[in-house]
Design a protein around this ligand. Structure first.
Ligand SMILES: [Zn+2]
Length: 255
């Protein structure tokens, strides 16, 4: 039994055939999925998804969508206020996806959006689900300063072992996904082989981050490849690995 600790079933890519996607996930042995937020206009869709007991949700404002988020507008609407209201309703198991992506530029705006969400995680006593590309050192420093009570998940971790170690020492879990199944991902293979059993979770980031050999849309059932590859790198059975990573996810999000 596996848990997909990070996916985006609430995106429009799954609007048409969500029931089939969920059925394939069940057949693949996935007992639970965590849907991460991206933009405020999908928060309601996420709440609809959460009516299914096999789906939990996180609400957040993703750094890729700076042009979509309505922040500091004169129109009297602020997506951060909307996020705070959604978190207040108690349905979300975490704040996120939020974070930093060096490739996207506009880092000042990204930091300000992230800092606001880290404060919300603290106020609402929730873990945080973080996207971090090329900013692991800066993010670690900020997380140390924030000392969030429930810590969180660095989803799709892609840094070095030293960066992994620092985040683990701060009490954060790392998300291991499809990127690790690609034959050339040598640094990531070494990191995954060395992680402690209680330091990581499995995820797909569907519809993105296809595992090796999958073209087109990614979906939760594809987590099987990631589980097999991680088990091979760590010299354990896929059953054992899926059990302890599911325990890690359950503990983090209090499922
Ligand atoms: Zn994501």
């Amino acid at each position: 039994m596996m848990i997909d600790a990070h996916c985006h079933l609430s995106l429009s890519a799954f609007d048409v055939d969500l029931e089939e996607v969920k059925a394939r996930a069940r057949c693949a042995g996935i007992m639970h999925m965590i849907d991460a937020g991206t933009t405020a206009d999908r928060f309601k869709r996420q709440c609809t998804l959460a009516a299914d007991a096999s789906i939990s949700i996180c609400h957040g404002l993703h750094p890729w969508f700076l042009d979509v988020h309505r922040i500091d507008t004169d129109a009297g609407h602020n997506d951060l206020d909307c996020l705070e209201r959604m978190l207040g309703s108690g349905q979300a198991v975490a704040v996120g996806e939020c974070g930093l992506d060096r490739r996207m530029g506009r880092l000042d705006e990204q930091w300000s959006l992230l800092n606001a969400q880290l404060r919300l995680a603290k106020t609402h006593d929730l873990p945080v689900v973080l996207h971090c590309v090329g900013m692991n050192d800066e993010l670690s420093k900020r997380l140390r300063e924030m000392d969030l009570p429930r810590r969180g998940l660095i989803h799709a971790f892609s840094g070095s072992w030293q960066q992994a170690r620092r985040l683990l020492d701060l009490g954060y879990l790392l998300g291991v996904g499809g990127a690790m199944t690609h034959p050339g991902a040598h640094r990531l293979h070494r990191v995954v082989a060395a992680l402690p059993d209680d330091g990581f979770v499995l995820e797909t980031d569907s519809p993105d981050m296809q595992p090796a050999g999958i073209t087109g849309r990614n979906e939760p059932s594809h987590i099987v490849q990631t589980c097999r590859k991680a088990a091979e790198l760590r010299h354990v059975s896929a059953d054992t690995l899926s059990r302890y990573t599911a325990d890690n996810t359950t503990r983090l999000f209090r499922l």
